[in-house]
Ligand binder design. Structure first.
Ligand SMILES: Cc1cc2nc3c(=O)[nH]c(=O)nc-3n(C[C@H](O)[C@H](O)[C@H](O)COP(=O)(O)OP(=O)(O)OC[C@H]3O[C@@H](n4cnc5c(N)ncnc54)[C@H](O)[C@@H]3O)c2cc1C
Length: 490
């Protein structure tokens, strides 16, 4: 996750003036961000807009199109530290318009995994408690995380053996640079341990989670109580933003244990200190300085590296810090991971969503989506399997994705990267050689979340043909129009 950088040229007072003009009375100037964060330290934003409607978001979008300035989306501010010099762009906070919950009733969905919808501003403790109250399970871990759903998606927040990625189905996003709203699937988001491919231009408006029903006799309340008790016992209160560093090897090496082993509990610089209760929490004093918090982070990071050889990465969002002006903190400031391959891919996916009605498949390698490489093979499917495919497409269960009259079908096994030859089958006649080609990738495995940096190539090792499983992927070779179709079991 990147710190908002200085714009290409330094922002000027004329820029702020111009942006304020476009934003009208929505914009307030020099607004202290400390009260919007759990650290409660740091300086002011040049501009602040409290978003109350989609129109407000469009207005911010217009301002950003006109003025090249940084933008900061603030949820509950429980994972960010604002520099003492503040933030030179426009900071956004959110009002009630993104604070809604839509939970299913058990009787409405007998036998199916229930989908729950949460607005981006809903807090995780509320989401967790409301879900349990409705008889749903899967979000209990959130009861002790003081963030919003939007912030939790971006951070892939989690705890107690779970995280957002475990139940996230899709998110509704507003793109501030493009001024448009759209839906993304979990696979698109590049979710990783405490991070994602989302950037400052992506506002999470809502998230759909696939939860489960609590079993008979389990009220779920016991789990909530236990989690809250554990938090109280093991985590400090006061001014902090939770764990400061990401666990270097999730599930195996914890940042807190490494810091502890360095004997750094209670280590203090000025107004900030490593918590006595939890070594991966850094507390700020009342009226403290964020400069001191970062100084403690830098020193902790240095000592852990010296003693254990692990380069700790900041889990918290460091806002408005200038590495050039603070060379002694350069390492810790750059330890927030920067624009990743996953982010580039996400933007490409968004571009494709905008440029066509249908959406591309995030689990397919970009080389395939861009058309530069088509990993195909001569399909060695049995006649029975091909019959099933034909039947499925002839039924056209998607209502229009498959066009059997005009299409050939290429059966793709993504484990074969080089194109040798392809099997082309007219789905209606079984003959080869018609004009437009569709590529069908047959396997549920391709729907799994992929590694950020090496998306489908590595996953494809496990792919096998299973055309009657549940899903197929289809896209036009020339139009690169990727769609999802359910195969109806005959
Ligand atoms: C006491 C304490 C305990 C914590 N425990 C945990 C824990 O167990 N597990 C864990 O994962 N985290 C934990 N955290 C950290 C934090 O609560 C989570 O990361 C949380 O998900 C952040 O949500 P937020 O709304 O506060 O985000 P913010 O701090 O406001 O923002 C964090 C990032 O998300 C972005 N963001 C916020 N809202 C949106 C939105 N609507 N759309 C797009 N981007 C958005 C921001 O721009 C920023 O980059 C803890 C924090 C505290 C203070």
């Amino acid at each position: 996750m990147s710190t908002p950088r200085a714009a290409k040229r330094p922002i000027t007072s004329e820029d702020i003036e111009r942006a304020a003009e476009i934003l009208g009375d929505k914009a307030r100037r020099d607004v202290s961000l400390a009260p919007f964060t759990t650290y409660r330290v740091g300086g002011s934003a040049a501009l602040h807009v409290h978003i109350s409607s989609m129109e407000d978001l469009h207005q911010v979008s217009e301002a950003l199109a006109e003025v090249d300035m940084d933008v900061l989306v603030i949820g509950r501010g429980s994972n960010m530290l604002v520099s003492d010099s503040g933030f030179s762009g426009v900071a956004l906070t959110f009002g009630a318009f993104a604070d809604y919950i839509d939970l299913p009733q058990k009787d409405d969905y007998p036998g199916t995994a229930p989908l729950a919808l949460f607005g981006g501003s809903v807090t995780l403790p509320v989401a967790a408690r409301q879900s349990v109250k409705r008889g749903l399970t899967g979000l209990e871990w959130g009861v002790g995380v003081p963030g919003s759903i939007g912030g939790a998606v971006r951070m892939n927040a989690g705890g107690h053996g779970s995280d957002m990625a475990s139940s996230l189905e899709s998110v509704r996003v507003f793109h501030l640079r493009k001024g448009r709203e759209f839906e993304l699937e979990t696979d698109d988001l590049g979710l990783r341990f405490r991070g994602s491919a989302l950037t400052d231009h992506h506002v999470v408006l809502s998230a759909t989670l696939r939860l489960g029903w609590l079993s008979e006799g389990d009220s779920g309340e016991g789990r909530l109580t236990e989690i809250v008790r554990w938090r109280r016992e093991n985590q400090p209160g006061g001014q902090n933003a939770g764990s400061v560093f990401v666990n270097p090897v999730p599930g195996e090496v914890s940042a807190g244990a490494l810091i502890d082993e360095c004997g750094l509990r209670g280590f203090r610089i000025g107004t900030a200190q490593v918590s006595e209760k939890h070594a991966n929490f850094i507390q700020a004093d009342e009226s403290g300085l964020s400069h001191d918090v970062v100084a403690v982070m830098a020193e902790v990071r240095r000592r852990v590296y010296e003693q254990h050889g692990h380069q700790l990465r900041s889990e918290i969002r460091l806002v408005g810090f200038d590495a050039e002006a603070n060379p002694q903190f350069a390492d810790v400031l750059s330890s927030e991971s920067d624009t990743s391959v996953a982010t580039i891919r996400l933007e490409q996916i968004i571009e494709r969503i905008f440029s066509s009605e249908s959406r591309p498949d995030a689990s397919i390698p970009m080389s395939v989506l861009s058309g530069s490489q088509l990993p195909s093979q001569e399909a060695d499917l049995s006649p029975e399997v091909l019959d099933e495919l034909r039947e499925a497409f002839a039924k056209d269960p998607t209502g229009g994705i498959a066009q059997p009259e005009t299409s050939r079908v290429v059966i793709v096994d993504p484990s074969i990267v080089e194109i040798e030859s392809v099997e082309e089958v007219d789905v209606t006649t079984g003959e080869t050689g018609s004009s437009s080609t569709r590529v069908v990738i047959v396997d549920e495995d391709l729907r799994q979340s992929t590694d950020d940096d090496f998306p489908a190539d590595t996953q494809s090792q496990t792919v096998h043909h299973a055309p009657t499983s549940t899903r197929v992927r289809i896209f036009d070779e020339d139009g690169l129009d990727v769609s999802l179709a359910e195969i109806v079991e005959p």
